[in-house]
Write a protein that binds this ligand. Structure first.
Ligand code: NAD
Length: 501
């Protein structure tokens, strides 16, 4: 019998250890197995869905302000438990502790936004739309809803989903990433402590078997997904086929345009964090710089080389470390293979991080920062999402050439432009075919009271994640038209379609 801690599920307010299959959870900083994760089977899913279904009627009828107060309580608890949660994130994902705190803070802002749900749910009202007739629209919860989340933001991305779903009166089943589920699960326990009734939020750990059960069960009315594009496409088509409302956010390959008039020193600093922060494992990371003019490209590369030389790579818990390990060994191998591929297909490897060794952590999944020059469309290195600390510079002659290249890319999650020219920036933000755009801001991740989402093959569905779009996603509109005729007034039958003519 394994002596490692076993992670189960949170169903109906209780920890449940069920499922016949399991998988190890590694610490990427050391390469050691530290926990065992139980993978949910059909019986586990049945328990979770039945619990969420049973909790729905009472939760739906709980006054919105009382639901919102749970979110206010949770915000306080998350702040109190920040150190514990960040330690869990770093132990399983590998990112440095300060970065874990950044993601947690962004997640807390979504909880804070969910505490304003009563304001968002007020609906619309019109008096006297006809004689003695009033009409209003209200936004009713859907019932049991579900979310499937990726490894790279184990605290933040789940908090994009379930707080708004439950604040709107739904119940929720969350299936976190099987690579780093502990912080997600701990946050769900804190939600119970904050006053969320049992069954309103259930967490099932698992893989495709659990996801398919959620997609196929008719009691689940809506599914939110965040992860890679091939899985997002699958979730979207399979969920829609089974009559669900689906929102599936996929992968990315974000370009940063650097104009000749940009403040190069500032742009270089911004690019360093955007390319190598969190080891490049962010859907809003910048893996491509499009430099307008050779002089701009030369200056950017010279600046990046200086800054890369100062970077410290090591375990995310060590003081002063800028970049931790990649999440798993297979992902490390995959990213390294992309670097080999870039060399083979003719890009110039200016900084090679492949031989990095971190003393006393030889089994950790560390790859040093890599920098390519002369990356070109058509190369695999240009086209595919690498999701690692690999930055490529593409050389172009004009802004229009840069924009045409970005527009032709299959992904359209985020992009940005570094410039001092307001006209160029305005033209870029107006015309570029990308969902989230920054001007001298490398990671234009919208704040919690806007909504998050890309274009093209970065998002499948109509509504973006969190913010105002989340209220629309997790509710259905009902419009009621009501008449109370005065006593004694009788009208004859009317056969023409009623209108205000
Ligand atoms: P992933 O697609 O491998 O996994 C995401 C989720 O899907 C996990 O919960 C996983 O268990 C589940 N899953 C995996 N394979 C499945 C299958 N065959 N059938 C059903 N479910 C399956 O993604 P990941 O590696 O965890 O995360 C990284 C990816 O997520 C990157 O592509 C990144 O760009 C993307 N991402 C996108 C956003 C966004 O907002 N657009 C945000 C964060 C991450």
């Amino acid at each position: 019998m394994s002596q490692l801690p076993t992670i189960g599920h949170l169903i109906d307010g209780k920890t449940v250890h069920s499922g016949t299959r399991s998988q190890p959870i590694y610490n990427p900083a050391t390469g050691q197995i530290e926990k065992t994760l139980l993978l949910a089977d059909a019986a586990t899913l049945e328990q979770a869905i039945a619990s969420a279904q049973a909790a729905f009627p009472a939760w739906r009828n709980t006054p919105p302000l009382k639901r919102a107060r749970v979110m206010s309580n949770l915000k306080v608890l998350l702040e109190q438990h920040a150190d514990e949660l960040c330690a869990l994130i770093t132990a399983e994902h590998g990112k440095v502790l300060s970065d874990a705190l950044g993601e947690l803070q962004r997640g807390i802002e979504n909880v804070e936004y969910a505490s304003y749900a009563p304001e968002l749910l007020k609906g619309e009202h019109s008096k006297n739309v006809g004689p003695s007739i009033d009409s209003w629209s209200e936004f009713q919860p859907l019932g049991v809803t579900a979310g499937i989340t990726p490894f790279n933001f184990p605290a933040m991305v789940p908090l994009w989903m379930w707080p708004m779903a439950v604040a709107c009166g739904n119940t929720f089943i969350l299936k976190p990433s099987e690579r780093d589920p502990s912080s997600t699960l701990r946050i769900a326990e804190l939600a119970l402590q904050a006053g969320l009734p049992p069954g309103v939020l259930n967490v099932v750990n698992g893989d495709k078997e659990a996801v398919d059960a959620l997609l196929h069960d008719p009691r689940v009315k809506a599914v939110s997904f965040v992860g890679s594009t091939p899985i997002a496409e699958y979730i979207y088509s399979e969920g829609c086929k089974h009559g669900k409302r689906v929102q599936a956010l996929g992968g990315a390959k974000n370009h940063a345009v650097v104009m000749p008039d940009a403040d190069i020193a500032n742009a270089v600093n911004a690019l360093m964090g955007a390319a190598y922060g969190s080891c490049g494992e962010r859907c809003m990371a910048i893996p491509l710089v499009v430099a307008v003019g050779d002089a701009t490209a030369d200056a950017v590369i010279a600046g990046l080389k200086v800054e890369i030389a100062k970077m410290k790579v090591g375990p995310g818990t060590a003081p002063g470390v800028d970049m931790g390990p990649l999440v798993t060994k297979p992902h490390f191998e995959k990213v390294k293979a992309y670097v080999d591929q870039g060399v083979k297909e003719g890009a110039t490897l200016v900084v090679d991080g492949r031989r990095l060794k971190v003393p006393e952590h030889e089994d950790g999944y560390y790859l040093g920062p890599c920098l390519f020059d002369n990356v070109k469309p058509g190369m695999v290195t240009y086209q595919e999402e690498i999701f690692g600390p690999v930055l490529g510079v593409v050389r172009v002659k004009t802004l229009q050439e840069a924009m045409d290249m970005i527009d032709a890319h299959e992904y359209g999650n985020g992009t940005c432009i570094f410039t001092r020219d307001g006209e160029a920036a305005r033209y870029f933000t107006d015309h570029i075919q990308v969902g989230m755009v920054g001007v001298n801001v490398p990671l234009p991740v919208p704040v919690a009271y806007h909504s998050f989402g890309g274009w093209k093959r970065s998002l499948f569905g109509d509504l973006h994640a969190y913010g105002p779009d989340a209220m629309r996603f997790y509710t259905k509109r009902k419009t009621i038209t009501q008449r109370w005729p005065s006593a004694g007034v009788r009208e004859g039958a009317v056969f023409s379609f009623p209108s205000s003519r």
